[in-house]
Ligand binder design. Structure first.
Ligand SMILES: NC(=O)c1ccc[n+]([C@@H]2O[C@H](COP(=O)([O-])OP(=O)(O)OC[C@H]3O[C@@H](n4cnc5c(N)ncnc54)[C@H](O)[C@@H]3O)[C@@H](O)[C@H]2O)c1
Ligand SMILES: N[C@@H](CCC=O)C(=O)O
Length: 578
């Protein structure tokens, strides 16, 4: 297969594409369909049909052997099995004996082909009317929330270790919300035009896609985030080279095939799993690299930021690339003595341990006042005792509260921290602390208490089911807010629990830059597209707010157009009267 094309062929293609577009009439500015958040299916015991459909989907992905996942470049599938390409496998982190997929890894030549395909597809995609681009994403959202609902759930549960509810709020509702709300926000952006005009002048702006192509690097933990990282730039007329996480290949490939079924043209998004450094270095060398859309750890993002900055300094790029990245967090719950004890303790359990603490928004530090701590602790411990230990009897975590962590490196990092805690005089394990990887990467929900308000565990992101608590003297509430603000290099999410309005006001003031998503009397997780625009600053990212219209503005380059209706009859101005 050769999809490299000469400059002359590109010019001919562009000319043909242009004249073809010229033949389309735009005879209206259609309103988009009403956009609402996709309702969450609760999967309670009273919905047997949902469970049956889900079980059937799970079986489809486990009883037919492992799925062969190709690269998809310019719409063409490339399977590595019979070639010299490397093959990676994706296993079920809750059942290590179960191989889910073999994933072809892109070679350097493949990556270059993917870049060429993105450049080539751009010529037509850029000229594709908004109604057509929007319709593809609206249809994909509908396919996800109807025909493929149980399949996206199954692939996310099996591959990424989610229970059904966590998969539902990610791969179905958040994902389809991103696709639908982005259409609404794009429509609003396009209709945002200069409000001022002079007589005889028509001022307008055009929201051009970036010149070049976008590189999307996506994390394992949310299928929805991968969808938004590719979908937001593509909707705005950009074309994309997509490097998925190898720990989410199964759900991400299904997402790609759904977009194809919805009508996504070839080459608009190119699916290239591969060795991260090889893919990245090849992409970042290209002069037409125009934006990075990244979600993942802070360390990796900083590394990519540096590579891009070095290339900018070395005049590699045609444009200044946009860098959009959402990264790590060390998210807090601060409990005021006036807080509702049961509500704040149960919310802390959800925030810290749902999806095994593997949300960027997961609660990982808790500050509780001494006056209510003993009762608060009792609620935490008694509630955690009702979580089935390690949940190995149900590796797919069908209806359990917790499943496995994603991979061995994560298992090792968190369990080493637990072992370190056992030998640290400043730390006490107050709940959990057991782990077992014989069947899957299972770690008990673990709560530590520290006597040191500056303990490193209050600052380090572990990205797992590990919550560190500091108990403060009630009179030191304001001081603890200062401590939370100064301690953290991150600024992603955090919550204040209080009934006292002055306490809420103080926390809102003192923690202004500690969280891009700040919650009052609610857990630090669970932002909903269109409702709580998501993202944080400091070491947590560029805070461009996924789930809002703001993010779309990062993937367009505005052209201001002034059209003049009057003709001049003299080059001199009135002031040049002599
Ligand atoms: N702020 C947010 O919105 C948000 C959302 C989800 C996850 N996260 C963060 O993501 C992290 C967990 O996700 P993860 O484990 O997938 O993160 P990760 O950084 O390990 O991987 C993210 C992506 O980067 C790629 N990658 C890894 N090393 C690379 C390298 N050296 N060069 C280029 N690419 C590389 C991976 O293959 C993957 O596609 C956590 O830190 C979490 O807080 C943040
Ligand atoms: N919308 C999710 C995003 C989590 C990221 O990993 C939340 O707010 O919990």
């Amino acid at each position: 297969m050769s999809i490299r094309i000469s400059t002359r062929a590109l010019w001919q293609f562009q000319t043909r594409g242009y004249s073809q577009i010229r033949s389309f009439a735009q005879l209206s500015t259609p309103a988009i369909p009403t956009i609402k958040n996709e309702p969450v299916k609760p999967f309670s015991h009273t919905e047997p049909v949902d469970w049956d459909l889900l079980r059937a989907s799970l079986l489809r992905y486990t009883d037919n052997g492992s799925l062969d996942i190709p690269l998809v470049i310019n719409g063409e599938r490339i399977y590595g099995k019979d070639t010299s390409r490397t093959i990676e496998t994706q296993i079920n982190p809750g059942k290590l004996s179960q191989e889910l997929a073999t994933v072809t890894q892109a070679s350097e030549e493949d990556i270059k082909l993917a870049i060429d395909a993105a450049k080539q597809a751009k010529l037509k995609w850029l000229n594709t009317p908004f109604v057509d681009r929007a319709a593809i994403f609206l249809k994909a959202a509908d396919l996800i929330s109807t025909k493929y609902r149980y399949d996206v759930l199954a692939t996310t549960m099996l591959g990424q270790g989610k229970n059904v509810y966590q998969a539902e709020i990610d791969s179905v509702t958040e994902l389809s919300d991103f696709f639908r709300f982005n259409v609404k926000y794009a429509q609003e952006l396009y209709s945002t035009q200069p409000s001022e005009t002079s007589a005889g002048v028509w001022n307008r702006v055009e929201y051009r896609p970036l010149e070049g192509f976008v590189y999307a690097v996506t994390p394992f933990n949310f299928t929805a985030i991968a969808a938004n990282l590719i979908g937001a730039p593509a909707l705005m007329g950009n074309t994309v080279v997509w490097k998925p996480s190898k720990y989410a290949a199964l759900s991400n490939y299904l997402l790609y095939t759904i977009l194809e079924e919805a009508g996504l043209p070839k080459g608009v998004i190119n699916f290239v799993p591969g060795e991260p450094v090889l893919v990245t270095d090849t992409v970042l060398k290209d002069p037409e690299f125009s934006a990075l859309h990244f979600t993942g750890s802070t360390k990796v993002f900083k590394n990519l930021y540096k590579k891009i900055s070095d290339n900018v300094a070395n005049d590699i790029y045609k444009d200044f690339p946009r860098i959009v990245g959402e990264t790590g967090g060390k998210n807090f719950h601060v409990i005021h003595p006036s807080a509702s004890l049961l509500h704040s303790a149960l919310s802390t359990i959800r925030g810290a341990f749902e999806y095994q603490g593997q949300k960027c928004s997961a609660t990982s530090i808790l500050f509780a006042p001494k006056s209510i701590w003993e009762d608060f602790k009792t609620v935490l411990i008694e509630s955690l005792n009702t979580i089935k230990p390690l949940n190995t009897s149900q590796p797919e975590g069908l209806n359990g509260f917790m499943g496995p962590v994603i991979h061995e490196a994560s298992f090792n990092k968190i369990t080493e921290a637990i072992e370190q805690a056992k030998n640290d005089p400043e730390l006490t394990i107050i709940s959990g602390g057991e782990y077992d990887k014989t069947k899957g990467y299972f770690i008990e929900p673990t709560i530590l208490q520290t006597t040191n308000p500056n303990h490193p565990f209050l600052k380090t992101e572990f990205f797992g089911p590990l919550l560190t608590t500091y108990v403060y003297e009630d009179v030191n509430f304001e001081q603890i807010l200062t401590q939370v603000n100064n301690n953290s290099q991150y600024g992603l999410t955090g919550s204040i629990f209080a009934k006292d309005r002055d306490a809420i006001r103080l926390a809102e003031e003192k923690l202004r830059y500690s969280a891009g998503n700040f919650y009052i009397n609610d857990k630090s997780t669970g932002a909903v597209v269109g409702q709580q625009w998501f993202g944080g600053a400091r070491a947590s990212g560029t805070n461009d707010k996924a789930g809002s219209g703001n993010i779309l503005s990062r993937f367009v380059s505005i052209r201001a157009i002034k059209e003049n209706f009057y003709e001049i009859t003299d080059f001199k101005y009135p002031s040049n009267y002599k």
